[in-house]
Design a protein around this ligand. Structure first.
Ligand code: PEP
Length: 264
């Protein structure tokens, strides 16, 4: 397994005051770690606030939840890659299921956004995942592979670039239903194979995170599943107590065998 990544997607929660208070509490209880990376994706208005709290913490990064595909211009209400970078972001979520299904983002949009991230020096975390009807129709692999190929199709330097991927089955996001560790492993294996077809052996170094109703109870078994390099967490990342329990998850080698069985 790669160095594990714990990513918090705050969605439209925690403006600058709440973000500052969260970070102050979090940082006093979470000293520097050398064996894992934490990434916060706050709303755009809170990126700079979170970044300011992170002095001398290279183990914690801040990212944007979304960027526009253009670098600047007449796009009222949008945030560009260079603006996110200037505010302190080094990573950006691209194609989160809420962007795809609430705001109508297409695979073509995600391709343009990954290219914009690359130009701005941001690592894109491309989110892929099937809807419930697609899963029930046996189309999960097809959907995920199509989203992956399309999302990375416009990168100029795919050979030297350093993206991340998050597998987030849409039916598991915010529903309390998570994929089993075996389900996650199986789709992560498909993603890894597709990445190998795109970038060769470097695919092994591209982190593939699982997201969808992750909490402190199911994080250990999901993180122990093969090819799962981290977790992307929405609801359970909003409260400092539950987020701290998740980021302190013990890795496989530290967990007594009997404890790995439960994933609920
Ligand atoms: C998400 O928003 O990326 C997510 C996985 O949400 P939740 O953990 O609430 O399902």
């Amino acid at each position: 397994m790669n160095h594990p990544i714990f990513a918090a997607n705050w969605k439209m929660n925690h403006g600058p005051s709440a973000a500052r208070a969260f970070m102050k509490t979090f940082l006093t209880q979470y000293p520097r770690h050398y064996d894992r990376t934490v990434i916060f994706f706050p709303p755009a208005a809170s990126i700079e606030t979170v970044d300011r709290e992170l002095e001398n913490r290279p183990d914690i990064l801040v990212g944007a939840q979304n960027i526009h595909w253009e670098d600047q211009g007449a796009f009222t209400g949008e945030i560009s890659g260079p603006i996110a970078r200037d505010a302190g972001a080094t990573v950006v979520l691209v194609g989160h299921s809420e962007r795809r299904h609430v705001f109508g983002e297409t695979n073509e949009d995600t391709a343009r956004k990954c290219a914009a991230a690359e130009r701005a020096g941001l690592r894109p975390m491309l989110c892929v995942g099937e809807k419930l009807d697609e899963r029930e129709a046996g189309k999960t692999k097809k959907v995920v592979v199509r989203q992956l190929r399309a999302g990375f199709s416009k990168l100029a330097q795919i050979d030297s670039f350093n993206p991340l991927v998050a597998y987030e089955p849409v039916w598991a996001i915010g529903t309390g239903r998570n994929a089993t560790p075996d389900d996650a492993s199986s789709i992560h294996g498909v993603i890894r194979a597709e990445l190998r077809a795109i970038v060769g052996d470097r695919a092994r170094a591209i982190p593939v995170l699982y997201g969808g109703s992750v909490n402190a109870g199911n994080a250990p078994s999901l993180l122990a599943a093969s090819d799962v390099d981290g977790v992307l967490v929405g609801g359970a990342s909003l409260d400092t107590g539950s987020w701290i329990s998740i980021v302190r998850t013990r890795m496989t080698a530290e967990i007594p065998a009997g404890e790995l069985a439960s994933d609920e």
